[in-house]
Design a protein around this ligand. Structure first.
Ligand SMILES: Nc1ncnc2c1ncn2[C@@H]1O[C@H](COP(=O)(O)OP(=O)(O)OP(=O)(O)O)[C@@H](O)[C@H]1O
Ligand SMILES: [Mg+2]
Length: 357
């Protein structure tokens, strides 16, 4: 396996940038998810890595070897990169073992070694018992595992996955997410995993690159994306919660700052001296009869063991979790605990410094 590096990658389609100066390093053996809304450029980045498209500028390297850029271009079949798509693309007339064996036959790997490697790939993907079945006799999840085994058997330098679970129902997706995590643990593969499902990205990946409009907005661990988003897009796209513009701030002290939002002075976590917004996750909203913020319940949905409340204050919408059902229209009081204050690069700096309390 090998690490992947993207340096200043841009790709235009008919003059419109699908990718705009992408810079990212994926370490050897790292599991990285590309997360973002439809059309943000996830598949394009994967196709450039696989060699199905050529970048207009920038360089892609794998294990130090330039795949594309500076006049060099390695053909897809010479990159030794495994690819798993949403559609499994299995040979219908070949058995499971026959499908997995195929890449080795193309490379003229001798019979005994081929058998050993196929058996190993089937074992890792939990398919040993299905070796002689035809793809038509398998479930969707089992077919996706055949595609994974077929990609693994060729001993790829990196594995690219484009929404591999999008065709599966919820229960199967959860089981397959575990299968992918186990696959990654056992193989130590460098993996680039495209999804627009944030739960999947946060659950599976070592790090997540959040993309929007052809750019990477933030590339960080799942915890960092959730706890410390760096701009309004990431704050709103990842995790359930609210993003609220500040009207004034104090001076940061030891990673904390007093800010003014929702008509209240609130202590927030922060790493910027000039934050413009706060991000409030549901765990940071407490229903509190003595709390300073008034709100009205506008929605209440059961989430298994707890309720998700949507709360309207005078100016903003917040999300909270509650142990009991609330009535729509009910008035409640809230307090906020340790939201995250950040400086959104697209927002002009704040107008007013808070008076000392
Ligand atoms: N071959 C192409 N010709 C023209 N435009 C393209 C082509 N491929 C992609 N695009 C455009 O580039 C942008 C990025 O597309 P891409 O497929 O990478 O998005 P995506 O993030 O994978 O979206 P989705 O989640 O819907 O799969 C889109 O605006 C898309 O319309
Ligand atoms: Mg796509």
């Amino acid at each position: 396996m090998a690490g992947l590096s993207f340096s200043n990658i841009s790709k235009l389609f008919a003059g419109t940038p699908a990718l705009n100066r992408i810079n990212a390093e994926v370490a050897e053996g790292e599991f990285v998810a590309l997360l973002g809304p439809s059309g943000c450029g996830k598949t394009t980045l994967l196709r450039l890595t696989a060699g199905f498209e050529v970048p207009d500028s920038g360089t892609i390297t794998l294990g130090g070897q330039v795949l594309a850029g500076g006049g060099a271009f390695v053909a897809p079949e010479d990159r030794n990169i495994g690819i798993v798509f949403q559609s499994y693309a299995l040979w219908p007339h070949k058995s499971v073992a026959g499908n997995v064996s195929y890449p080795l036959e193309v490379r003229r790997i001798p019979g005994p070694e081929r058998k050993r490697r196929v058996a190993e790939a089937l074992e890792i993907t939990g398919l040993s018992a299905f070796a002689d079945r035809a793809p038509a006799q398998l479930s969707g999840g089992q077919r996706q595992r055949v595609a994974l085994a077929r990609c693994l058997v060729a001993d790829p330098r990196a594995v690219l996955l484009d929404e591999p679970l999008a065709n599966l129902d919820l229960a199967l997706r959860a089981a397959m997410q575990e299968a992918f995590a186990a696959f990654h643990r056992r193989t130590g593969a460098t993996m680039l995993y495209v999804t627009h499902d944030q739960t999947e990205a946060l659950a599976l990946a070592d790090r997540v690159a959040v993309m929007e409009g052809g750019r990477i907005r933030q590339f960080a661990s799942p915890e960092a994306l959730y706890d410390c988003p760096q701009d309004c897009f990431v704050a709103g796209f990842v995790g359930d919660g609210a993003v609220i513009a500040l009207t004034a701030t104090g001076t940061p002290v030891g990673g904390h700052i007093l800010v003014q939002a929702l008509g209240q002075q609130i202590e927030a976590r922060c790493d910027s001296s000039v934050p413009t917004h706060i991000c409030i996750r549901p765990e940071q909203v407490r229903i509190d009869p003595q709390g300073p913020i008034r709100a009205r319940v506008s929605a209440c949905t059961y989430q298994g063991g707890r309720f998700r409340l949507v709360l309207e204050t005078d100016a903003e919408t917040l999300v909270a979790h509650a142990p009991a059902r609330a009535r729509i229209g009910e008035e409640i009081r809230l307090s906020l605990h340790s939201p995250w204050a950040f400086h959104d690069p697209a927002t002009p700096e704040i107008l007013r410094v808070m008076q000392d309390a």
